[in-house]
Design a protein around this ligand. Structure first.
Ligand SMILES: [Zn+2]
Length: 322
């Protein structure tokens, strides 16, 4: 489905095989060319869907001259390589998002690091292998693409007569950016702010310095200062009232972090031990993976705040209250 959201500005809804079932891309059109913001998921039928939707406004994939990525999760960059084959589109993303992409291309090294990382969280071997399978699956969905230019925080980019600002919003993913069209108060939010769910937070394996929750909250504060009238997210409907939504998401994290802290006692526990009940309650491997990641992110934050301490018990990392 293609919907005009502003003059010569369109939302294209593309399929996704799991979870939210759809992901949006946005196309800005001028003089027979299009800039595409995010590039859907690589899966059967997605490219054809993009082609058909563009045909509805008299364009084809070959007319895409630029691709801007909010981040390099598979559902936002999946078709970028396929589009570049057809159109030689220039691709723009932040250096940090590029690094995450490169990291995913590292194959065996990434898998070895992921195995070690999740084993240290105290997960049974079978669950570690289920996670490794999820990561392998994600890797298979990341295309090869060529990057034309790195995006810089707060820079203004132009496409035809339109100007938009690049706003760095790391948190949901390292290197995440939003695109802000100040004249219209329109924010292409990627997965930074979603209407119905709080965007997931995950560690970047191999980058223990990156603090997803602290970065995410800072990024919310950065968006809060912008005169945004309408948010166009990567998933779900557009919405007004960005401030209310930011408050809700902040409260959500504060509450979940508090609930987690209550489960940590004087007896050292592994990350898995702390969230085992939650993990056992969900059937889906992906949901388990997300629950574990989120627990790890809250633990990192609580450790940073000095309310819990981290130690080692054999080969696993354990936590206890200070
Ligand atoms: Zn994402």
């Amino acid at each position: 489905m293609i919907t005009e959201i502003s003059e010569n500005f369109y939302r294209i809804t593309l399929p996704m095989p799991f979870r939210l079932r759809h992901v949006h891309a946005y196309a800005l059109v001028e003089d027979g060319q299009a800039a595409l913001f995010d590039a859907g998921m690589l899966m059967p039928g997605a490219g054809q869907k993009l082609e058909a939707d563009l045909a509805g406004i008299g364009l084809s994939v070959a007319d895409i001259s630029d691709i801007y990525l909010t981040h390099t999760h598979t559902d936002h960059c999946g078709l970028a390589g396929w589009i570049q084959e057809k159109s030689s589109a220039r691709l723009h993303l932040s250096d940090e998002a590029r690094q995450m992409y490169d990291h995913f291309q590292q194959g065996e090294d990434l898998i070895a690091r992921a195995r070690l990382f999740y084993a240290r969280r105290g997960l049974p071997v079978r669950d570690v292998e289920a996670i490794v399978e999820e990561i392998e699956d994600l890797r298979g969905r990341i295309p090869r693409f060529d990057v034309a230019t790195p995006l810089r925080d707060r820079e203004t980019r132009r496409f035809g007569s339109r100007a938009f600002e690049v706003i760095f919003t790391p948190g949901h993913a390292a290197g995440h950016v939003c695109f802000f069209f100040r004249d219209e108060g329109l924010l292409l939010a990627g997965d930074h702010i979603l209407p119905y769910i709080a965007p997931s937070l995950s560690p970047t394996i191999g980058d223990e310095v990156f603090q997803p929750l602290a970065s995410y909250l800072e990024s919310l504060a950065a968006v809060e200062k912008l005169p945004v009238s309408t948010v166009y997210p990567g998933h779900g409907n557009s919405f007004n009232g960005v401030h209310e939504r930011i408050h809700e998401i902040r409260d959500h994290h504060a509450l979940k972090k508090d609930m987690l802290l209550k489960r940590i006692g004087a007896r050292p526990q592994t990350t898995f031990g702390i969230c085992e009940e939650t993990i056992r309650a969900v059937a889906d491997d992906w949901e388990k993976f997300m629950a574990l990641n989120e627990t790890y992110v809250y633990l990192q934050q609580l450790k940073q705040e000095g309310v819990i301490r981290e130690g080692m018990a054999g080969k696993t990392v354990v936590y206890s209250v200070v």
